[in-house]
Design a protein around this ligand. Sequence first.
Ligand code: SER
Length: 644
Amino acid sequence: MNSLEIKKKFIEFFRSKGHKEIPNVPLIPENDPTSLFIMAGMQPLSPYFGGEPHPTGDKLVNIQRCVRTDDIEEVGDTIHQTFFEMLGYWSLGAYFKKEAIEMSFEFYTSQEWLGLDPERIYATVFEGDNDAPRDEEAIEIWKKIFKNVGIRAEVYDKKKKDNSSARIFPLNKKENWWGPVGESGPCGPDSEFFYWRGKDKPDFSEFVPYDNSNMFIEIGNDVFMAYNKTKEGKYEPLKQKNIDFGGGMERIALVCTLREKDGSVPYNFTNFNTDLFDTPLSYLRSLVEDESRKSTREENEDAENITEFDLTLTDFNNPSQAVKAFRVILDHTRACTFLVADGIEPSNKDQGYILRRLLRRSVRHAKLIGIEGTFTKDIAKLYIDKYKIQYPHLADMQNKILNILEKEEINFENSIKIGAKEIDKLEASGKKITGKDLFNIFETYGFPIEMALDELGIEKDELRMKYQREFDKAKEKHQELSRKGSKGKFKGGLADSSEITKRYHTATHLLLRALQEVLGDHVHQRGSNITEERLRFDFSQSEQLTDEQKKEVERLVNDKIKAGLKVLKKVMPKEEALKIGAECEFPEKYPDQVSIYEVEGFTKEFCGGPHVENTKELAKSGKFRIIKEESVGSGVRRIKAVLQ
Ligand code: SER
């Protein structure tokens, strides 16, 4: 079964169970400064876990593109990735644990669907703490499910002598509690599905499961979203009990591949061996294939640990480094392709910085396996071909994606040259060079420490490690500073629907309409970001606003606040909403049924909310005031405004 078939089956299965498909949204969260990227399919649904009705319904399904960058440095092992797709389904108060676990199990194991061997499935549940009890309900559900397929399933207990029938593992909050995405918001205990990939049964007398052995692959997670974590750190019950399921596409593709091979393939046959990466992988291989190196293959002592996928890599002096390089390049170039397609360009800030880092890491790893010259655009093209059926915007953006990647790659080559010159200068100064100096060069020019050490001719492992430690210390200090800097930035947002952020959401609608009245109907939203401290709004407009225009916009917004206009939510078909002139930045992003927020007699906009009920509530924060107006690119201007 290839990956497209798996995706189709997933949607088809949950449709047959009464779920409706919602669109896959861009990687950059709209109106949600709690995170830089969409990192789970549930993120755009945050406002609906609290009881706000979703316009499409209360049983939803989709496949969402996601990016997680917490573990960038780990990419290259057998499991970590930055970009991935998440298969997701949700119940917004419609059903709860029993139905969810049963449906997930049926999808994974039924011959009609994925047909995984139930003998290979293991489950985890929340073990309980002061915030929520041990999940006895999930344990009972699991026991029955296993019993129905003739499997004896006991709860793992490390005090027991014999755990050979253990199938259900209670684990702590770190492992079995999901969310919230930001500081506060919806969250809950979860139950995860694991697939055992070993030849024989796992031996629980010898090790605690779900360690880092990677013999268990996590293929799905049913989150029982029934709590809201407050800013003060308390867990309060939500008005309704929700299900938030997420399953990593790449891992599911892997276990389906293993299934066809009877689970008997070696441990480091990974996500990267699935059809999701096949054409980029073949291309990479062709770049490094070199007949002259083949003679060393037999002698290489690591060769037996290398899988069929990695055969050519045994030609390298350091095969595990080469395996890592392949995985890093495959992962990072895919992430870069999707990020540029969603409008990100390389920069030194936020999402642009991550894009730059991913691309540079790809280039650096490519050099380690002897790839010279630009290559990222060629791999990006293969990903575009592979994914464009599902994501047509990749094909539309193809030229832009390829140009940006190539340009950035060439820029990086230049940084490497400049970095090498900086190292020469340091050497010439006669000063003792430290890891901190290398960090400074890295920060300023993006010149990686590994390359710097090569440049300095430092070969001995201990010495390299000493530099690395100093480098890491300087980096940590720097990160601490930027974390402090971003703390204010990432609080609030849609995931947290505090009264203050709601006021700013409504103020944003008033601002857009006021701008249209003052400047003209060419003004449309080009981006929006809200925190508890201010709103930031990007809009289409070429010229700078005059002082008079700014004053007029402020006056209009404040008038509407004073007038105490009702804010009404209406659900209707998308076509109808467009017909009545509701403002909308990307109509294609919305499902067939949409919700519209109307500020009575003034503005109508496509929006998921939440908003205040009457504009007079904005006055509780104060008067609307524009504090900054600037250009952020050709034809786009940005306003920062406060209610004070
Ligand atoms: N939110 C959960 C996760 O990301 C399930 O969708 O794992």
